[in-house]
Ligand binder design. Sequence first.
Ligand SMILES: [Zn+2]
Length: 302
Amino acid sequence: MPPIYARSIRQSLPNGSKNSRSLLLSPGLQGRSRGREIAHLFRQQRGLLETRACELDAILDDAEIEVTASKYAEPGYAAVLVRLKGGGAGILLAAQQSEGRRRFSLAHELGHFWIPTHQRVGPTLKCADADLRARSTDSRVIEWEANDFAAELLMPTKLFAADIRHRPVTFSSVEKLASADMYNVSRTAAAWRFVQLTREPCALVMTVDGLVSWVARSPAFRYRIVERQQPLGKGTVAAALNRGEATSGAAEKVAPYEWLDAPTDESQPPFELFESACLIPSLHQVLSLVWTPEQDFEHDEE
Ligand SMILES: [Zn+2]
């Protein structure tokens, strides 16, 4: 990033709105990575580049942001940001969020607070559960940017990528990364970040009540998994977990077409597929990490 942009971001932090106009006019910050860049500079400015789990409460205090957990928050909203005229803000959090989920919701709202273009949206931003899963391909650009900011603030690219390099693609790895002594995030957030930053061909699948809700694929994963309410294959580990016949954590070998679109010619796939899954009973959810190791690309192309 050119120094002039870096300087204008530093000037705008941590008090948010003071010098944000110069940021709005910086052409270098118009790309899709704006949320990540601002979070990175924020960590750099605070000397947090080598810190895994940053102390969000101290960051919120410094920015004069008051958090209220409210049972009165409207159903379907995870968090609401209300900017105050004299600076600072309030965040209304939906009640009963786990510590990891609470941290992601707060970091997402900090993204809205600090990304200058989000100030155009108005003094109040209501974020639904679905907004906290918005991706770079979504039309809801500000929600994606706030998630990109939150991911970098809570699980910085450089540290996290180094931490996953020699770990197997399993929920045992994810649980270690999500723990309070590492990144202190939810298993969903850690698994999503794993898939985003790994070099391995793998995908994360969320199923709710036995139906596929969403899929996130790693850059190296070349196969299609049908989204949008596809019923779970009976041979998947996720289905076995729902039946109480499997345990969370380690990876098990699964017939590839239990997860992937099958070809019409009934040919066998030229690769193996492993699945590691994790049950979240309170939400009727199962998260699956699906992994295809050692692909033979030349063979596949024939
Ligand atoms: Zn939002």
